[in-house]
Design a protein around this ligand. Structure first.
Ligand SMILES: C[S@@+](CC[C@H](N)C(=O)[O-])C[C@H]1O[C@@H](n2cnc3c(N)ncnc32)[C@H](O)[C@@H]1O
Length: 241
């Protein structure tokens, strides 16, 4: 099996490419490490991680979530029926409580818990120190997609801007869906630093366009806006209205 097999009834926000990303990274995770997921909800990402791990080195998964919304039963049912329950240890606590006394090296850290800035920052600062050299860290909802803007999910994006793009401890930054990921590495070549900056620019471009759209273009009088749109080759669709 090279792709996750998630039952249709398992709810969650991961796109197919994000599900595949988690699966592939878990499959490639070094055998002497563990996988930690912060925020499991009903288990969609846990299933991707555990099925990927089962196809690779059977690396154990710790799925941390306080399940304050009573999602634990559904989590249990979903992960069990996906056939991967034995690889997953649920920790029904907040990530800060779960981190107390933690010592295990982490090969893959997936952060998708509380999306408030201070909470995402806390997750990063508490857990990233356990990620091994060459290990992967990934943040869900960390781009400025229209969905994240709408939902006000700007915490993960701000943490990624500060701690991945501006840090010398991470390289090979990439995106899939609204997930940003990077490899922990203490040795960085000039090419790595340039690549980090070029990804930052690549990310800044849609951010700038979005802000421009939101705060400047949409405030213009309709006639002026239509003129700009025509100049850019935009044609009104005939929707029969
Ligand atoms: C967006 S959902 C996770 C979705 C899940 N990763 C998936 O793919 O379906 C966010 C989850 O984070 C959990 N959460 C909230 N605060 C948390 C905290 N401090 N530590 C760990 N998890 C937390 C919530 O209970 C919720 O289930």
């Amino acid at each position: 099996m090279n792709t996750p097999n998630i039952p249709d009834y398992v709810k969650g926000w991961l796109t197919d490419t994000e599900a595949q990303f988690l699966y592939s990274q878990a499959k490639a995770c070094p055998p002497d490490t563990v996988i930690v997921e912060i925020g499991s909800w009903k288990g969609k990402s846990s299933i991707c991680l555990s099925q990927g791990s089962a196809a690779g080195g059977n690396v154990h998964i710790y799925a941390i979530d306080p399940h304050q919304d009573d999602s634990y039963q559904e989590f249990e049912h979903n992960v069990s029926s996906a056939g991967v329950r034995e690889l997953v240890t649920p920790i029904v606590k907040t990530s800060a409580d779960a981190c107390e006394g933690w010592t295990q090296p982490i090969g893959l850290l997936f952060i998708d818990g509380n999306h408030e800035h201070d909470m995402v920052e806390q997750d990063f600062l508490l857990w990233s120190r356990f990620v091994v050299e060459g290990g992967i860290i990934a943040f869900h909802d960390s781009t400025s997609s229209p969905f994240n803007q709408l939902m006000g999910y700007l915490g993960p994006k701000r943490v990624v801007d500060k701690y991945l793009f501006q840090s010398k401890d991470f390289k090979h930054i990439g995106f899939t869906g609204t997930t940003t990921y990077a490899t922990k590495s203490s040795s960085q070549t000039v090419t790595d630093t340039l690549a980090r900056w070029s990804m930052r620019l690549k990310k800044a471009f849609p951010d700038t366009l979005m802000l421009l759209h939101q705060y400047v273009l949409l405030k213009l009088p309709t006639g002026v806006l239509d003129g700009i749109r025509r100049l850019m080759g935009y044609r009104k669709l005939n929707l029969g209205r």
